[in-house]
Design a binder for this molecule. Structure first.
Ligand code: PMP
Length: 383
């Protein structure tokens, strides 16, 4: 191109050609993302060296906390919900439409960030026992936040029900501008599809199509179902394993086909009454997003709060990885599975969000596991 320039005699033509060349070079600049939406997906797959060395398996974790809008896998889901609604004409950017959602936090944060970018309002209903960092962050992102008492799904004021009611009353006619849309992450197919078309294919590519197991907790179930639906047809021998915290009925659902096993006291109690410090996973109903992949889940592993706390500390001390509670649960289950399968297997799990979002609750727990130096893999895996 420089040679071409040197041959141009006319100064006007030369200037025009230089300008054109400069602007084409501008457009060629490396890897520029289109807004925060462009920073969603294509997260790295990280080998957790300490756990891999300790188990003789390769334990790989999809670093979903590096999604660049709301910093969790829910970025994929929020974008998928919004784009599906826009394609159906249910939402119009910059029209003042409001998105309503019931969430324990992550989906709300992802929605609130993308709402800002696209000119929507976000109205978030969440249980009031979730880490306060999440509701603070939602407010800073400009969302309207209603924190409600934890309640069973049959209660009208349960956070998901309340969000549905708020959206319906907006649409039915209020003084608010635009329309109201209930995002409905538990039941919408936009959720599992985001993982079916994003997380699943990325895991397959990044692990070279060679993996023995996929381990994940389930809140809505969108992640485990979407990933399983993509991977199982390609890898029929793949084991898909649910990681489940105290009080959740999903463990029993997978193991015994019923939500509540009378022999297991924990599962007979309602999740909202169980004092677990784990947020975002564990539930006592079968949502559409769990149901769609349910048949593909081969096994379930129960993880206690103590084990999750010890694992969170282990990951910081050995790998410099600072995660929240659901990621810690995933890593305990992946390690337990590695012990079951024996050395030489490749296990993929998820790191969902950062510990920074759990400082006041999960990370504020000091009583479990003794001194900071007391974190051993044996302690983590102990019942
Ligand atoms: N981790 C965190 C931090 C979450 O907020 C959630 C969803 N509530 C999950 C994991 C579970 O993902 P899914 O809803 O796809 O089952």
């Amino acid at each position: 191109r420089l040679l071409q320039l040197s041959k141009i005699k006319d100064p006007e033509v030369l200037k025009k050609t230089i300008d054109e060349l400069a602007s084409s070079l501008d457009n060629e600049i490396g890897d520029v993302k289109e807004g925060i939406e462009g920073c969603i997906g294509n997260t790295p797959l990280i080998k957790i060296k300490s756990l891999s060395e300790a188990t003789g398996c390769e334990i790989l974790a999809k670093a979903e906390f590096l999604n660049g809008a709301g910093n969790s896998p829910k970025d994929r889901v929020a974008l998928s919900i919004i784009e599906m609604a826009e394609s159906k004409g249910l939402l119009v950017p910059h029209s003042g439409d409001t998105i309503y959602e019931g969430t324990v936090g992550s989906t709300g944060i992802s929605l609130a960030a993308i709402c800002r970018a696209r000119g929507y309002k976000a109205h978030i209903c969440m249980p009031n026992d979730m880490a306060v960092e999440k509701s603070d962050l939602l407010l800073k992102l400009g969302a309207e936040v209603e924190r409600v008492r934890p309640a069973p799904i049959v209660d009208q004021n349960q956070f998901v029900n309340l969000a549905r009611v708020r959206a319906a009353s907006h649409t039915a006619g209020s003084d608010k501008p635009g329309r109201g849309l209930f995002a409905d992450q538990f039941e919408t197919e936009a959720n599992w599809r985001a993982h079916f078309t994003g997380t699943g294919p990325e895991i397959y590519e990044q692990s070279g199509g060679r993996l023995d197991a996929f381990v994940s907790g389930a809140g809505t179930g969108g992640t485990i179902s979407g990933v399983a639906l993509h991977l199982k047809p390609k890898l029929p021998k793949l084991k898909v394993v649910l990681a489940d915290p105290p009080g959740s009925g999903l463990y029993n659902r997978v193991k015994f086909g019923v939500m509540f096993d009378p022999k297991e006291r924990e599962g007979t109690r309602r999740r909202h009454q169980v004092d677990t410090i784990v947020e975002g996973i564990g539930i006592n109903r079968v949502t559409h997003n769990f149901d769609i992949g349910r048949e593909l889940i081969d096994d379930a592993i129960r993880v206690t709060d103590n084990q999750a706390l010890a694992m969170a500390r282990w990951l910081v001390e050995n790998d410099g990885i600072f995660v929240g509670s659901s990621s810690a649960v995933n890593c305990v289950a992946a390690t337990k599975l590695a012990k079951q399968l024996g050395p030489g297997h490749r296990i993929v799990t998820l790191l969902c969000d950062s510990g920074a979002r759990h400082l006041s609750k999960f990370w504020a727990n000091k009583e479990v596991g003794g001194s900071e130096n007391d974190v051993s893999l044996e302690a983590i895996l102990a019942p």
